[in-house]
Design a protein around this ligand. Sequence first.
Ligand SMILES: *Cc1c(COP(=O)(O)O)cnc(C)c1O
Length: 444
Amino acid sequence: MTVSTPNTTQPTNITSEQLFERSLKVAPGGVHSPVRAFKSVGGTPIFFKSADGARLTSVEGKSYIDFCQSFGPLILGHRDPEVAEVVHETVNLAWSFGACEPYSLELAEWITARIPWAERLRFVSSGTEAVMSALRVARAATGRNKILKFEGCYHGHVDSLLVKAGSGLAGEAASDSAGVSAAFAHETLVAPLDDDEGFMRVFEAHKHEIAAVIVEPLPANYGLLLQRREFLEGLRKVTAANGSLLIFDEVISGFRVALGGMAELLGIRPDLVTYGKVIGGGFPVGAYGGRRDLLELVAPLGPVYQAGTLSANPVGMRAGLATLKKVERDQVFAKLETRTAGFAERLLNGFKRTGVPLDVVRQGSVFWLHQKTDDGGVIRRLSQIPKEHGAQFKAFFHACSESGVYLAPSGYEVGFLGYAHTDNILDEAVEKIVAAAEKTHKTK
Ligand SMILES: *Cc1c(COP(=O)(O)O)cnc(C)c1O
């Protein structure tokens, strides 16, 4: 079957500036998700017209090596040929049924056969929706209302989780977005990452009210804040001993650092888990899963209502399954581990050679470039990110972009390698990134 190429017939004199100007008249800030607006790096967002493998093409026709990869879903790269074939085939079968079909069954069977703590699974259409639903299940299962989250973790735009630490010591949260009422913020407690005592202080003060502790076991939304295994093990012990549930938000890490995400790598079994991003192979799919007794609280079996018109969309289901099958068959995790390790090492060598004070941290194919800490230590908490990091990133981002390397447009976003990032492409990228850093970060 042939895979049609994207439409490149539009006039070639269109520029990103023109399109952004028009976008500003129809969408808030000209975008449909905030980071896309380049607010934290400045300048006009680049409009892309097509993508292939590890590369993006802008409307101006400029080519970029892409380390954003749609913020993580595209573990095989853009338009992987095998996935593309399945997508085209599925579009010819149906777009949506709103009824039972075999495609979500196949994906759910494939996942539950490989991830023992996902005894039951429910598909939704985004990571946010998965988290929102998991919280509802946790509250229903425990008869408690409060959720404990960590400062430096993002869980989508769920109202009660758009909060920051309040002024008290016992973890009371304050709203972090207009439109989130104090009543919603009141449902949430905030504790610091990588701080066993800080967590215990907040937990102890509210332990009979806590339905669940939710954590990104690989916090990757405010930089990459690698956690100590003992800290995460502590969360498992404390929740189990006090009748609270442990929710692993693996929307980024699930099917990205290992099939079973961080839970598999750490050998920690959460009660509930949320997935998104890679699970849909680049289409809008999310899922929540976990213990059978908990998922059986969900409608139509149980009293927790949760539904979705386009849930388990066949195109997303089959794109997800094709992606995951190829990842397993081609041992993509092992290959990405080796490639990303080499990429990080070559970057670090380049930074050292040129006197650039940047550091590279990574977990599997997820990486983050950050301003070096004073003591060269690992950054595990939000508060440890060097103050000048965000400002330094601006010029660096634009220098990379100029030379044809596209990073996510914020210093607090991580980068992703996909299976399409070959060693040749990575060599080219290392050269360009080091040269860009030399221009913008070199200490005089
Ligand atoms: C991306 C992300 C979400 C939100 O997923 P959306 O599909 O953007 O709604 C939730 N949790 C984590 C850990 C994420 O990285």
